[in-house]
Ligand binder design. Sequence first.
Ligand SMILES: [Zn+2]
Length: 453
Amino acid sequence: MEGFGEKTSSRGFNRATQAKRQTGSSIKPIAILAPGIEEKVITASSVFNDSQTTFDDGSEEGYSPVNYDGYLGYITVRRAVESSQNIPFVYMMELLTPKTSIKYLKNMGVTTLTDKDESLALALGGLDQGMTPLESAAAYATIANDGVYIEPTFYSKIENNSGKIVFETSQETRKVFSKETAFIVKDLLTQPVQGSRGTATYCKINGIEVAAKTGTTNENYDRWLCGFTPYYTAATWYGFDINETISYNGRNPAGLIWANVMKSIHSGLDDANFEKPTKVLTATVCSVTGKMASGNCTSTYEEYFLKGTIPDLCTSHDLGDGTSGANTNVVQERIQTEQDVVIDEPAPQTDNDNQTVTQSQNTTSESTNTSVNHGTNTSGGTSGSGQNSNTSTNSVTNSSSSTSSNENTTTSQPSNTTDVDNTTSDSSSDDSTETTSTETGSSDETEDSSSTQ
Ligand SMILES: [Zn+2]
């Protein structure tokens, strides 16, 4: 939080909690994907035209965002997430509306938005004032926490020398979207990590599923990496207090810090994946149209959907002879696929969202009591420049958050502790320096090139 160099002040400017920065593309999952899927205005396989577009934003000249790495034509949301194509996200924002997006962002704890942010530029993180690393981490933790926002805290409780609790924090929690929506977003966010054209492939952690999204702003003033695992959520920002272009060789420095800190604190933890809720449906879709695959589609993949959002059958890849025989095949295929889909649904179960909330909140309050923060020195000493960075780390289900810089990385304990009382964890990571120097993920990387407009 203090940045590089010698500590010169106490209670000085805390970049994790006070620095409002432009987010670039790291806002896309929280501003668009989660609200858009929850509101059913998009699905993971919705297709948008990734081509130069001037959007009507009420101004005379319109809004003309750009991609820096070229345009891909019609692509699915999943593909757009992978390499962070800007134009499809502006289309998605147009459908969702900035007003609805802001409503969700505020519910995810974002307090820094202004009236000016009610514009299409919100889609690409072109913000009036910006967002803090801590609020970014808390918003991402809402996805990680299955749609439940949990107010971050830096401590859980204070005990006196006889073990009596003299002070205990309480964290506000609220359900923002369904766990089914949360899962689909989690899975979409594995795309930048696992996809061959992903922007965050270096964030892979062996045996543990990682969801991550990069962010970059105009002139390279800001670099972000926001993401989570089944254990922790972290947001990292890298840049100058007064805008200056970040210069570096190779990868996004915010991403490298994120990867090193996260790899370190996950060492020794059990393998873990994001668990698919039973009510999330699976369907085979056409890679080209994003519609339910017919027998004639040549490129298909499995996609996740909320109930009621499975797309219509792809008609772009008919045999083209217009014969009834071909149509019959298509219809039969769809019937077959829908039957498959139905099988994916759980056995009859009362649909009770309130129950979900209660369960989550109980989990939260239990975890809160056991949350202990550790100071883990991960000083990298990477550069002598005045560039600063912050990592805000949230434990996924207890949302205890903490802040750090290149000098000090404070992380919270994993949340899978079942013992509620007096769990004073002591898993200090003395090997973090070694971990810091460990580099994995060498696949091709397309650097994120989204911009604020
Ligand atoms: Zn097709």
